[in-house]
Design a protein around this ligand. Structure first.
Ligand code: 5RP
Length: 225
């Protein structure tokens, strides 16, 4: 299977997971990115099963609505049963780096509300240690230089994502060169820098289930309790 075929295969597996595990009429959270886009295309077939969806970005909202899938404001929703999203890297404990598509803040908010986070990706995203993929950090524009200095002190090399503004009107610093041995601690440490809105480590709230496309099958990996 090519990488695109693996994305489609894992999107179909996620559609089947939702059809089986999400009660009829319940709310589904939907992630952002090329794998999440394949998933959106698949769940057009589940429209009548869903009470509605919550989108993690404007791009996702538009794609869902393009399929005639109902998108709700998170403030009008008390409960999200399942959140399905991709990742840039995922380790054995199902901690992730996310935000390659710039939607990390809204993704983290939707994930926080969801009962179950289902990560969908192919084997290229599986790593022993997080950090080869540059860690995205969303930053208030006036704090860009300050946050960059603080991130350098943590051992990374921050680079401004040129010409990019998030859905929330902020900037992204992509931090290169981090070898992340303690993702939960680093997540808190970076969130503690004044001017940081959110960082792309999803360790405190990692995935509960990983659907991992390999060249021959889709494996199901559950987080160890
Ligand atoms: C967007 C994300 C995506 O989930 C991540 O970048 C993976 O994207 P893709 O499925 O295109 O590889 O975090 O902010």
């Amino acid at each position: 299977m090519t990488q695109d075929e693996m994305k489609r295969a894992v999107a179909q597996a996620a559609r089947d997971y939702v059809a089986t595990h999400l009660p009829t009429g319940a709310i589904l959270g939907v992630g952002t990115g090329s794998t999440a886009n394949c998933f959106i295309d698949e769940i057009a077939a589940l429209k009548s099963h869903l009470g509605g969806t919550v989108a993690s970005s404007e791009a996702t909202r538009q794609r869902l609505e393009g399929h005639g899938i109902r998108v709700l404001d998170l403030n009008d929703v008390e409960h999200i049963g399942i959140y399905v999203d991709g990742a840039d890297e995922i380790d054995a404990s199902l901690s992730m780096i996310k935000g390659g598509g710039g939607a990390l803040t809204r993704e983290k908010i939707v994930a926080a509300v969801a009962d179950t986070f289902v990560c969908i990706c192919d084997t290229s995203k599986r790593v022993a240690t997080l950090g080869r993929f540059p860690l995205p950090v969303e930053v208030i524009p006036m704090a860009r230089a300050h946050v960059a200095r603080q991130l350098s002190q943590l051992g990374g090399t921050p680079k401004l994502r040129e010409g990019y503004i998030t859905d929330n009107g902020n900037l992204i610093l992509d931090v290169h060169g981090l070898h992340i041995n303690q993702p939960t601690a680093l997540e808190s440490r970076i969130d503690g820098i004044a001017g940081v809105v959110c960082n792309g480590l999803f360790a405190q709230r990692g995935a509960d289930v990983l659907l991992l496309a390999t060249p021959s099958t889709v494996e199901v990996v559950k987080r160890k309790k």
